[in-house]
Design a protein around this ligand. Structure first.
Ligand SMILES: [Zn+2]
Ligand SMILES: [Zn+2]
Length: 334
């Protein structure tokens, strides 16, 4: 759908539980119309979990959502980000500045902060990954040209005041929230867990519908990390999930199982494809694994996912690349 034809969402706030508010904030991305920030009562103010991305007018959308539930930016006592993706932390610097509070986020945020420090080098690195995945030169150059001069979706320096790691406690009126490190979707991903009420703020680790994405190139096996992180969250026994996009949901175990199933099915489909038609590049594999039109956005997304599955199969001793550029992959299991 053309961007101009899309009806633009506005920020909305609603009470989810006593002392917990969902702030639904618009995003400019096709297929992902909004994200959630969660406000949780804490003394005379709130802790804000996630922030939405920064773009023209985004602070007004957050203020609109807060206003609908009788809150203001000045009530924010602490900003906690589930991970360093711009839809979850982009607006944090502006909020922190206005509210005079701290930002807490996991220290493995280089996947975002390194690209912000040197966007040119980051783009070059991504193009190199794409070339070695088999993306032809011309669409790649066009993609790079279209990205040039774009905004980065952050309102300033997103590096945290404090590292959000296991053992860190976040105090609210609903009790203390624990940090559960859940790398996979992003190296910096954490979930926040309130054990007495069995509430989980899940960021993008588990959503209401299965939507898989991994940051490729920062850790050895993101898909493997994601599966381990699913197990870790499964053990908590959450009763209600407050996700980074979409509505709250119960049956957290069922949603975790659905994620495992989809990852398992995609790994199996990739292995079957390599066995039948390998050696193949990741770019060759994408249209044969995914239904739907290849746009620059979903090609980018699916290519990253496929590279992560190839790496996961490699780590498991089930596939190997030829080490060339572009790299062609074969199965090692007959
Ligand atoms: Zn994310
Ligand atoms: Zn997200």
């Amino acid at each position: 759908m053309a961007a101009a034809a899309r009806k633009r969402e506005v920020g909305r706030g609603e009470r989810t539980l006593p002392g917990v508010w969902r702030l639904r904030l618009p995003l400019p991305w096709p297929g992902i119309p909004h994200c959630n920030a969660w406000a949780v009562a804490a003394g005379d103010g709130i802790v804000l979990f996630d922030t939405g991305m920064h773009e023209a007018g985004s602070m007004a959308q957050l203020e609109r959502a807060l206003d609908m539930v009788g809150l203001r930016i000045e009530h924010v006592r602490l900003v906690v980000c589930t991970h360093a993706h711009i839809d979850h932390c982009g607006q944090a610097p502006a909020i922190v500045e206005r509210a005079g509070c701290e930002l807490w986020m996991h220290p493995n945020h280089a996947h975002l902060t390194r690209s912000l420090e040197d966007p040119g080098a980051a783009l070059e690195r991504r193009m190199e990954v794409a070339r070695s995945a088999g993306v032809p030169e011309e669409p790649l150059r066009r993609w790079a040209r279209e990205r040039a001069g774009g905004s980065f979706g952050v309102s300033g320096d997103v590096r945290p005041d404090r590292d959000l790691v296991a053992g860190t406690a976040i105090e609210t009126d609903l009790g203390s929230w624990e940090v559960v490190e859940t790398p996979g979707h992003a190296p910096s991903h954490v979930c926040l867990w309130q054990p007495e009420r069995r509430l989980l703020i899940s960021g993008d680790h588990v959503l209401g519908r299965v939507s898989l994405f991994y940051d490729f190139g920062y850790t050895r096996d993101p898909a493997g990390q994601f599966l381990t992180s699913l197990d870790r969250v499964d053990e908590l026994g959450a009763r209600l999930c407050l996700p980074g996009h979409g509505r709250t949901f119960g049956d957290v175990a069922g949603h975790i199982a659905a994620n495992r199933e989809v990852v398992g099915a995609r790994l199996a489909a990739l292995e079957t494809l390599l066995r039948a038609d390998g050696p193949l590049t990741a770019f060759d594999a994408v249209p044969r694994l995914y239904d739907g039109d290849l746009t620059p956005m979903n090609t980018n997304w699916w290519l990253g996912e496929t590279l992560c599955y190839l790496r996961h199969l490699e780590v498991a001793g089930r596939a190997q690349g030829d080490g060339a550029s572009p790299e062609r992959w074969s199965t090692t299991v007959v």
